[in-house]
Design a protein around this ligand. Structure first.
Ligand code: PXG
Length: 289
C-alpha cells in the first residue's frame, strides 16, 4: 500500500505523522471520505469543494490548490493500482506546541489513503439496517457547524457506540430541539405515501454528497421530495426509510427502537434510489487512468 503524505508516497509501515501534530493532539484538522468505482472517482470535485470549505471555516491553509488536490487523489489511487475502493483524505493542522494555538503550527499536512471499505455485510444491503435513537445529541451549530468535516468525531463515535450497544447498526442523532438531524455517519430519508422527506441541513445535518446525489435522483425520477424537520414519530410511522453516505452508499433502514418501519423490508422507492445510485456511481466521475 502506498500512502501519500505531503507530496511523497510511503509504505504503510513508514506512513507516520508527528505526535505533536494538532490533528492528533486536538482533532484539529479536516477530512473527506471519497469512493471510486470502475476506474472513476465519484463526485470528486464536490468532495474537494467541501474540503476547501471546511478548511476556510477553520482557518486552515492547505498547501495544495484544489486542482493539485484532485490530481493527488487520482495519483494515489493509481499508485495503488486500484479501480474500486475508498479514499480517506486528511488535512491536519500539522506539528505545533503543546498548546491550542494553531498559529504556532508551521504547516498543515495532507494525507491520502486509497484502500477499500465495507461498512456493513452484504446481507444488510439486501435486508436493511436496524437503528437506535442515540442519547448523544448532534453537536449544535452554535458550538461547531455540522458542515465542518473535522477530525473531531467523538460526538459521532459516542453515538455509534450507543447504536451498537442498543443492538443496532446505525444510530439516529437528534438535534438540541429533539428533531432528527442525521445518523452517526450518514444522512437520513423517510418515505410516507409516496413522498420523500429528509431533514434540512439547518436541522444540524452534514450536507452529504450522497444526500445531494439522491436529491438529484429523486428529481430525475419524478419522485416528490421535501427538506423538512421531523421527529422519531415520523420515522416510526414511515413506509420506508433509507440512509445515504459515501461509506454506507444508499442503504435501507427497516427498524427503529424496536418498531418496524413499514413492513420491515426495504421498500420500492428505496430500491429505486439504490438502483439509480449504483448506475450513476459506476458510470460517472473523474477517470483514474
Ligand atoms: N453525516 C455525517 C455526520 C458524516 O460523517 C455523512 C453524513 C454522509 O456524507 P457524504 O458526503 O459521505 O454522503 C457523513 C460522512 C463511517 C464514516 O465509518 C462515515 C463518514 C465519513 C467517514 C467514515 O461510517 N460519513
Amino acid at each position: 500500500m502506498k500512502i501519500y503524505i505531503d507530496g511523497e508516497f510511503c509504505d504503510k509501515e513508514n506512513a507516520k505523522v508527528s505526535v505533536f501534530d494538532h490533528g492528533l493532539l486536538y482533532g484539529d484538522g479536516i477530512f473527506e471520505g471519497i469512493r471510486f468505482y470502475n476506474g472513476r472517482v465519484f463526485q470528486l470535485e464536490e468532495h474537494i469543494d467541501r474540503l476547501y470549505d471546511s478548511a476556510k471555516a477553520i482557518l486552515l491553509k492547505i498547501e495544495l490548490s484544489p486542482q493539485e488536490m484532485i490530481q493527488a487523489v487520482v495519483d494515489t489511487i493509481r499508485a495503488n493500482g486500484l479501480t474500486d475502493g475508498y479514499v480517506r483524505l486528511v488535512v491536519t493542522r500539522g506539528p505545533g506546541g503543546l498548546g491550542l494555538n494553531p498559529y504556532l503550527c508551521e504547516k498543515s499536512s495532507v494525507i491520502i489513503i486509497a484502500s477499500t471499505i465495507q461498512l456493513y455485510p452484504a446481507e444488510k444491503y439486501e435486508n436493511g439496517l436496524t437503528m437506535v435513537t442515540c442519547a448523544t445529541r448532534r453537536t449544535c451549530p452554535a458550538a461547531l457547524s455540522p458542515q465542518v468535516k473535522s477530525l473531531n468525531y467523538l460526538n459521532n463515535v459516542m453515538a455509534k457506540v450507543e447504536a451498537i450497544q442498543g443492538g443496532g447498526e446505525e444510530g439516529i442523532m437528534l438535534n438540541e430541539q429533539g428533531y432528527v438531524a442525521e445518523c452517526t455517519g450518514d444522512n437520513i430519508f423517510i418515505v410516507k405515501d409516496g413522498r420523500i422527506a429528509t431533514p434540512p441541513v439547518s436541522a444540524g445535518a452534514l450536507n452529504g454528497i450522497t444526500r445531494q446525489v439522491v436529491i438529484q435522483i429523486c428529481a430525475e425520477l419524478g419522485l416528490p421530495l421535501i427538506e423538512q424537520l421531523f421527529g422519531r414519530y415520523e420515522v416510526f410511522t414511515a413506509d420506508e426509510c433509507f440512509l445515504t453516505g459515501t461509506a454506507a452508499e444508499v442503504i435501507a433502514a427497516v427498524k427503529l427502537d424496536g418498531r418496524e418501519i413499514g413492513d420491515g423490508k426495504p421498500g420500492p422507492i428505496t430500491r429505486q434510489c439504490i438502483a439509480r445510485f449504483r448506475e450513476l456511481a459506476t458510470t460517472t466521475g473523474t477517470p483514474i487512468a
